[in-house]
Design a protein around this ligand. Structure first.
Ligand SMILES: Cc1cc2nc3c(=O)[nH]c(=O)nc-3n(C[C@H](O)[C@H](O)[C@H](O)COP(=O)(O)OP(=O)(O)OC[C@H]3O[C@@H](n4cnc5c(N)ncnc54)[C@H](O)[C@@H]3O)c2cc1C
Length: 628
C-alpha cells in the first residue's frame, strides 16, 4: 500500500516528487499552497494542465470573494480593446453564447470570451492517459447527452455545429471469453438487470472483511446484511415500484400542479412518500448518489430537481435508450462549438472525428482580427456599468491574467460563469438580483479517473459494474466507448480502461449551504496523495480477493476537483415560496442594464442543453433590448 503507483507509461508525472510528510496536520491553506499536493497527476495531452478547478483558478476565485481588488487598483492596464459583447465563462454556455452572438448579431459586431482555465470547456473537459501504448480518454465532469426530436431546436443546433449523427456506435465485445453486458455511460448500470452487477457491504454493515452480493436484483437482496423491512423497501426502490396506494405521475410541463407540489418538499420526503422508504434507508443506502444528480443528499434538495431534466423531453430510442456519450463526455460539444466559432481553432473538418483527433491551435483563439475571441487563463474580477445601469452606454470589465490586471470596454455582457462568481463580480448588481443569487447554492464534486491496465478482476467476479456504501466513491461501471477519437473498436477484460469514481459530499441534517461548505473544505483540504491512498485501499479491500493488485493494475489516477460543481436547488427554488418569485426568474426575466445572465445553473438543472438554451435567451435579450 505504501508504494506509489508506477507510471512508467506516463509523461510528465509530477506526483513522484511530493512528500507525504506535508500532510501531517497541514491546514487547507498550506495544502493549497503546494501545487503537487493539490493537483497531482494531470495525464497527457491538451487537458493535462487543467484537471478540475486548477489551483490558480481557486486562488483567483478566492481573491474575488475576499474583495482583494475592491476598489480596482490604479495600476490596472487598459488593454485598449472594445467589444460589442464580453462573455464571462468559456464553458458550453459561454461558448454557445458567443456562437449565437456571431450568428445573430450584425456582421461587424465583435465579442470576447474570458475563461479562467487554461483550456475552454468548463465542466465539459476530458482527461487523457497513455497506457500500454493506448490513449485512454475519460470525462472530467459533463458526460452524457440525449437524442433529441430530429426537428427540435437542440437537434438542429447540434447539427449546425457538426454533431450530425448524434446516435453513436460503440465498442463491440471481442476475444474468446463469454460476453458481459456493458454500459455506454457511467450512470446506466446495465449489468444490474442482467445479474452482472454487485453490491459490496463493509464495516458499516458489520462485515470486516466486507462481503459481495453479486446479482442483488436476481437474488431479491437475499444475503444482504440488512433487515427484512429494509430489503422490501429497497427492492421497491431498485425496481422503481412505487407503493401501490401512492400512484405517482411525473410532471408533464414545467410549472404544472405536480411540479409545484414537488418543489414544495424535499427529495427525501418525496422518496419516502413515493417508495415507502424510511429516512434511515434513504440516508444509508441512497444518499448521496440518489440526490437527483445535484451534489448533496436528498434531504437538502427540492424534489422537483429529480424531474427538471425530463422537461426537455429527449427522444426515447427503443433500440438503445436515449443517452449517448463520447469517450471524453461533452468535451466534444465544447470543441465543436469552438471549431464553429473559429474554423482555424482546430485543424481538420468540422465534425466529431475532426475535433476529437486534432489539437487546438491556441495561437488563433485570441487573434485580434477574429470576430469571436477566446482569452484563456483570464479571470474576470469586475463587471460594471460606466454610470447608472439604466442609462449607461458601456461597461468596464476587469480581468486578471498571469497576476496582472487588465480592463476592456464592452457595450454588453453575458455572465455565463455561474452563480458563485457572478454574484461577486457584477459590482453594481441591484439588491433584487443580489438576493436572487444569494438563493443559489452550489456544492462540490470530485471526479476521480482511474486508468486500469485491465479489468480482469471485475470480469472474474462476473460484474461489469458495482455499488458500495462507505469509503470513497459509491459506484463505477466498465464502459464500452463510442468509436470517436479512440484506437480500439473492441473491448474485453484484458483491455486497458478508465474507471470513474464520482465523489460527492453530503452531510444529512445540515442546511444546503452548510453541506456545500463542509464538502468543499473536505475536498480542498485532502491532498492528492491521501485520495490516491484511499482509492487504492478501497479497491484492495473490495477486489483484492479477486486478484486485484493496486501496484500492478492501476496505471494512474487523475483527480478533477470541482469546488462548485452542482447547483443544489432547495425547496422553493424552482417556483418560489409564499408568493415570492423564484430566484432564477428574476435573473432570467430581463437583462440588468447591459448585462444578461446565462449558465446552466439558471435552469436549476445541471445539463449542457440548459447551458445552450440559457445562452440563447441571454444573447437574444441583449440583441432585442440593449444593442442598437
Ligand atoms: C461531475 C459533473 C457531471 C456532469 N454530468 C453531466 C452530464 O452527464 N450531462 C450534462 O448534460 N451535464 C452534466 N453536467 C452539468 C454541466 O454543468 C453542464 O453539462 C455544462 O458543462 C455546464 O456548462 P456551463 O457553461 O453552463 O458551466 P461551466 O461548465 O461551469 O462553465 C463556466 C465556466 O466559466 C468559468 N468562470 C467562472 N467564473 C469566471 C470568471 N470570473 N472569469 C472567467 N471565467 C470564469 C468557469 O471556471 C467555467 O470554466 C455535469 C456536471 C458535473 C459537475
Amino acid at each position: 500500500m505504501d508504494a506509489l503507483i508506477t507510471r512508467r507509461d506516463f509523461l510528465g508525472s509530477t506526483l513522484l516528487a511530493s512528500g507525504a510528510a506535508l500532510l501531517g496536520g497541514a491546514s487547507p491553506a498550506e495544502l493549497l499552497a503546494d501545487r503537487d499536493e493539490f493537483t497531482g497527476y494531470g495525464g497527457v495531452g491538451e487537458y493535462s494542465t487543467s484537471n478540475g478547478n486548477t489551483l490558480q483558478v481557486l486562488r483567483d476565485g478566492h481573491s474575488i470573494r475576499d474583495g482583494l481588488y475592491d476598489p480596482l487598483p490604479k495600476e490596472i492596464v487598459d488593454a485598449g480593446e472594445s467589444y460589442d459583447c464580453v462573455i464571462i465563462g468559456g464553458g458550453i454556455s459561454g461558448l454557445a453564447a458567443a456562437l449565437f452572438f456571431q450568428r445573430q448579431a450584425s456582421r461587424e459586431m465583435k465579442c470576447l470570451v474570458l475563461e479562467n482555465h487554461p483550456i475552454f470547456g468548463g465542466e465539459a473537459k476530458q482527461n487523457e492517459f497513455l497506457v500500454e501504448g493506448q490513449r485512454l480518454i475519460a470525462h472530467q465532469g459533463s458526460a452524457i447527452y440525449q437524442l433529441q426530436y430530429p426537428f427540435s431546436f437542440l437537434a438542429r443546433f447540434y447539427d449546425s455545429i457538426g454533431l450530425k449523427a448524434p446516435k453513436l456506435t460503440y465498442q463491440k465485445w471481442a476475444g474468446g471469453q463469454p460476453e458481459l453486458v456493458l454500459s455506454r455511460t457511467p450512470y446506466e448500470a446495465a449489468g444490474l438487470e442482467h445479474g452482472q452487477y454487485g453490491f459490496w457491504f463493509g464495516a458499516r454493515f458489520g462485515h470486516k472483511p466486507g462481503m459481495w452480493l453479486i446479482d442483488p436484483l436476481g437474488k431479491n437482496l437475499e444475503g444482504a446484511p440488512i433487515s427484512q423491512a429494509t430489503r422490501v423497501e429497497w427492492l421497491r426502490w431498485l425496481r422503481v415500484q412505487p407503493v401501490e396506494e401512492k400512484k405517482f405521475e411525473h410532471p408533464k410541463v414545467e410549472g404544472d400542479a405536480i411540479s409545484r407540489y414537488l418543489d414544495s418538499i424535499t427529495l427525501e420526503q418525496h422518496y419516502m412518500e413515493r417508495f415507502g422508504l424510511s429516512r434511515e434507508t434513504v440516508r444509508t443506502l441512497l444518499s448521496p448518489v440518489e440526490g437527483g444528480g445535484s451534489g448533496l443528499g436528498p434531504d437538502a434538495l427540492s424534489a422537483y430537481s429529480d424531474y427538471a431534466y425530463e422537461m426537455l423531453h429527449p427522444l426515447a430510442d427503443e433500440t438503445s435508450g436515449t443517452d449517448q456519450m463520447f469517450p471524453g463526455g461533452n468535451t466534444i460539444i465544447a470543441r465543436l462549438l469552438v471549431k464553429s466559432l473559429n474554423p482555424a481553432a482546430i485543424d481538420g473538418p468540422n465534425d466529431v472525428e475532426g475535433v476529437s483527433r486534432n489539437i487546438v491551435n491556441s495561437s488563433v483563439l485570441d487573434a485580434s482580427g477574429s470576430k469571436a475571441r477566446i482569452r484563456l487563463s483570464s479571470t474576470a474580477i469586475a463587471v460594471q456599468h460606466d454610470g447608472d445601469p439604466s442609462k449607461a452606454s458601456s461597461l468596464t470589465i476587469a480581468y486578471l491574467k498571469e497576476s496582472k490586471l487588465y480592463r476592456v470596454r464592452a457595450r454588453s455582457a453575458v455572465m455565463a460563469g455561474g452563480s458563485w462568481t457572478t454574484k461577486h463580480i457584477v459590482k453594481d448588481l441591484s439588491a433584487t438580483h443580489r438576493d436572487a443569487y444569494a438563493q443559489f447554492y452550489r456544492s462540490p464534486c470530485m471526479m476521480a479517473n482511474i486508468a486500469m491496465r485491465n479489468w480482469r478482476f471485475l470480469y472474474k467476479m462476473g460484474m461489469s459494474g458495482c455499488r458500495w456504501f462507505e469509503g470513497i466513491g459509491n459506484y463505477m461501471e466498465v464502459r464500452k466507448l463510442a468509436l470517436t477519437g479512440i484506437e480500439s473498436p473492441t473491448i474485453n477484460p484484458d483491455s486497458p480502461i478508465v474507471l470513474t469514481l464520482k465523489v460527492l459530499y453530503s452531510y444529512p441534517g445540515y442546511s444546503t449551504e452548510e453541506q456545500g461548505n463542509r464538502g468543499r473544505a473536505e475536498m480542498m483540504r485532502t491532498s492528492f496523495r491521501e485520495y490516491e491512498t484511499r482509492i487504492r485501499e478501497q479497491f484492495t479491500e473490495m477486489f483484492g480477493r479477486a486478484g486485484f493488485e493496486a501496484q500492478r493494475d492501476i496505471a494512474g489516477i487523475i483527480l478533477n476537483r470541482w469546488g462548485h460543481a452542482y447547483l443544489s436547488p432547495q425547496p422553493g427554488f424552482f417556483f418560489g415560496r409564499d408568493g415570492t418569485p423564484a430566484p432564477r426568474e428574476i435573473l432570467r426575466n430581463a437583462p440588468f442594464g447591459r448585462i444578461a445572465f446565462a449558465n446552466t445553473d439558471l435552469a436549476g438543472a445541471m445539463d449542457h442543453r440548459y447551458s445552450i438554451l440559457e445562452a440563447k435567451r441571454a444573447v437574444e435579450q441583449l440583441l432585442d433590448q440593449v444593442l442598437t
